[in-house]
Design a protein. Structure first.
Length: 188
């Protein structure tokens, strides 16, 4: 129960609690929820969001392959072998990291849904691969740049800048603040 002041200045009880700004930059506390609970709840939503973004990336990849009449991952594996045979073992420098990224997307989606600290570590490990292959953590982010008319160099710089911002945001939202208990029992 909260209290309100009427026009005469007398306090009156209200059937609701008034949300007040909390300390340390957290905009509001939810009724009946302490600051630690609020941070933990916000972190749960971050895990859910980034797991969903990984799942959407996998779905985009699979749907794109299906639209071209290909079997996702199977036809790509055959294509990778064909490239390896025709161009030699030097292509492993790009094929192996590419396949590692694809496999880690599936694993990180599952692990982040389970609020596992290994999902966070995997998400951090994906960042260099995402930057290398221009695969942002928010799958549709680069499509927002397609309508802009600019020089090719500016376009590449804008894409890389956008990806860096997204990846830094992801790192910041998945990072555990000191003194904050784990989301479940297994997040460190």
């Amino acid at each position: 129960m909260g209290t309100l002041k009427n026009e005469n200045g007398a306090e009156k009880s209200a059937p609701f609690s008034i949300a007040r700004p909390a300390i340390r930059g957290i905009p509001r506390k939810i009724k009946g929820m302490g600051e630690t609970d609020y941070k933990r709840s916000t972190r749960r939503w971050a895990f859910l969001f980034w797991a969903t973004m990984d799942a959407v990336q996998i779905a985009f990849y699979a749907l794109s392959a299906l639209q071209r009449g290909r079997i996702p991952y199977v036809d790509d594996a055959h294509g990778s072998l064909a490239v390896l045979q025709s161009h030699g073992y030097a292509t492993l420098l790009t094929l192996v990291p590419s396949w590692m990224l694809q496999a880690s997307l599936i694993a990180s989606a599952v692990l982040l849904l389970r609020h596992s600290r290994y999902g966070v570590l995997l998400a951090y490990a994906q960042i260099p691969l995402r930057l290398m292959f221009l695969v942002p953590s928010v799958p549709f982010a680069l499509s927002a740049l397609q309508g802009l008319t600019m020089a090719p160099t500016a376009s590449v710089l804008m894409a890389v800048g956008l990806m860096l911002v997204i990846e830094l945001l992801k790192m910041g939202t998945l990072r555990r603040q000191p003194g904050l208990p784990a989301v479940r029992g297994n997040v460190q």
